[in-house]
Design a protein around this ligand. Sequence first.
Ligand SMILES: Cc1cc2nc3c(=O)[nH]c(=O)nc-3n(C[C@H](O)[C@H](O)[C@H](O)COP(=O)(O)OP(=O)(O)OC[C@H]3O[C@@H](n4cnc5c(N)ncnc54)[C@H](O)[C@@H]3O)c2cc1C
Length: 349
Amino acid sequence: MPIRKVSFEETLLRSVVEPRLCVGCASCVISCPFNCLEYSSGGPELISECKMCGICAQVCPRFNTSLSSLERFVFGRERNTTEEFGVYRRILVAQTSSDDVRMVCQDGGLVTSLLIFAIEKGIVNGAAISGKSSDEPLKAVPKLALSRNDILECAGTRYTYSPNLLALKEGVQNNVGKLSFVGTPCQIHAVRKLQMLPLKKYADAISFTVGLFCSESFTYNGLIKSFFQERMGIKLGEVSGINIKGKMILRMKDGEVKAIPLRDVKEYSCTFCRACPDFSAELADISAGGLGLEGWTLTVVRTEVGDEIVSEAESKGVIKTKPLEDKRLIDLLIKMSRRKREVQGGFIH
Ligand SMILES: Cc1cc2nc3c(=O)[nH]c(=O)nc-3n(C[C@H](O)[C@H](O)[C@H](O)COP(=O)(O)OP(=O)(O)OC[C@H]3O[C@@H](n4cnc5c(N)ncnc54)[C@H](O)[C@@H]3O)c2cc1C
């Protein structure tokens, strides 16, 4: 694809950052060949004169993104009208077979189990994922995981935004080798744009992607600091986990469970999420979500690469799987996907 000679200011600053559509994924920052961009306060900041190579605009998930051309790139075809949550090969529910994963995972531990399996089998050398900030444990931070322990430490969901592409950059810079990538739908869009361009150093490094279903992310200062800490008086160090199952459920270390209606936290959702058309990470190799299930991960296997990993993990007993028999879950998946597409901002077509 020819690269137009346009500046960061004319493209991303004007059409994405200033209108507050930037998701803060860092794809522009990690792609700038001249290191003109720095990741600062959740987005790109121009730190030296833009050389107008235009690459940052080519990899931004919020700038001139054509879902149809990304689908053709990933699947070799566009979805048909019945494929409401994107192209896929099979759909199932999955659960880890490992006790140590079960103790720390968010839903069924499918994601953590696959990442560990891939690293232990030598399919990848590392994983670009999200971990916990060491001083603020409810804050998501990008993490380059290189071992089973690293991956276990990152299990579970933080509902604040984590620019996992920064971990991808770290892996590539350090010549780690093949990497798996986990991220929200917007981050999967960015990764696919990097691969499609292609930016070879990233395209060559990525082995497979796992996309997380996502209704929205929340701001750390809003949800965690203002609401949990200040308004509810919650000691953040006492929270052992957060999940969303119709309500926001906070599990405390002493066993107490607090259920918060989603309408009470709505104001803390990231504004940029309101323009996102993708609920189920429709461009990932494997997509994973909880969708109201307890102890199982709803798993959408979309590509051949994804199918190989899931099938091998199934056959080696790393994960247990069941067909998705409850039609209500499919209906819910369709409903969530439609809802997101209806609010999309028009920058994806
Ligand atoms: C912001 C956000 C919103 C979500 N919203 C929904 C939803 O509305 N409905 C739904 O069904 N599912 C949602 N999910 C997905 C769900 O929470 C689980 O991640 C998914 O079901 C996989 O469960 P698991 O037990 O297999 O994952 P685990 O084995 O626990 O692994 C989770 C993986 O997610 C990574 N991760 C954690 N936090 C983040 C983050 N903030 N950004 C990127 N990566 C992260 C971790 O590094 C880990 O590798 C959301 C996830 C996120 C991050």
